[in-house]
Design a protein around this ligand. Structure first.
Ligand SMILES: CC(C)(COP(=O)(O)OP(=O)(O)OC[C@H]1O[C@@H](n2cnc3c(N)ncnc32)[C@H](O)[C@@H]1OP(=O)(O)O)[C@@H](O)C(=O)NCCC(=O)NCCS
Length: 193
């Protein structure tokens, strides 16, 4: 079984591990090798521990938990299951594009294309709507192939900008759902695979 729930502080180490694994896979060839090699689970775990506890500005972290037959091999009987993906966000960090922002969404390679990303997006959309956001957006690197995922969910490209990350120039694109109901509809449970 794969379940989505609000993250707890005790999930932080597992979220940090998923962050590092998914960044190394998703951004290979996009971000410098030395940057990816130096990613630290401990450092990211500490950051996520704070992020889970900090509920200001409508901020929330959700985790996807695999248990039983869906757990990674060797973890089938692990009580509480295993974190295999997460998403976070809150009120938009910058005004102008949308009221709510999905800041992160990552699913382990072995669990992709099973509807987990869609369910995490739905949890974020429902949360953002519940804290009063009437629209939602996210930034994705132009070089990230998974940006098609957001188009599949009905996101409209609304902005593009050049940034510097890990010492290198990158282009990023903002996708928006306005009104937020369009994202709720695109991620409705009937569409889960
Ligand atoms: C992007 C990501 C979260 C999607 O999660 P997922 O669990 O694989 O996605 P789902 O199975 O819920 O897919 C939902 C829909 O998007 C489509 N989709 C997913 N990835 C896609 C891709 N790379 N290209 C085209 N469509 C894609 C699926 O086919 C599915 O559509 P359908 O159900 O109508 O067939 C996941 O692939 C991931 O973690 N990628 C690496 C990290 C990353 O780049 N994160 C985003 C940072 S901004």
């Amino acid at each position: 079984m794969i379940a989505i729930r609000r993250a707890r502080p005790s999930d932080a180490a597992a979220i940090g591990a998923v962050h590092v694994a998914t960044w190394r896979s998703a951004y290979a060839g996009v971000l410098p090798d030395h940057y990816l090699a130096n990613l630290s689970v401990m450092r990211h775990a500490a950051g996520y521990e704070q992020a889970v506890a900090d509920r200001r500005n409508g901020h929330a972290v959700f985790v996807a938990i695999a248990s039983g037959a869906d757990a990674p091999p060797g973890h089938e009987w692990r009580e509480g299951g295993v974190v295999i993906g997460f998403a976070s966000g809150g009120r938009a960090r910058r005004p102008g594009l949308a009221e709510g922002e999905i800041e992160t969404i990552y699913v382990l390679d072995d669990y992709r294309d099973r509807g987990v990303g869609r369910r995490l997006m739905r949890a974020m959309a429902a949360h953002l709507a519940a804290v009063g956001c009437r629209s939602a957006m996210l930034w994705v690197l132009e070089a990230n192939p998974t940006r098609w995922f957001y188009q599949r969910l009905g996101g409209r490209p609304v902005a593009r900008e050049s940034i510097r990350f890990a010492g290198q120039p990158l282009e990023q694109i903002a996708y928006a759902w306005d009104p937020i109901e369009t994202l709720l509809a695109a991620t409705a449970p009937a569409k889960e695979g």
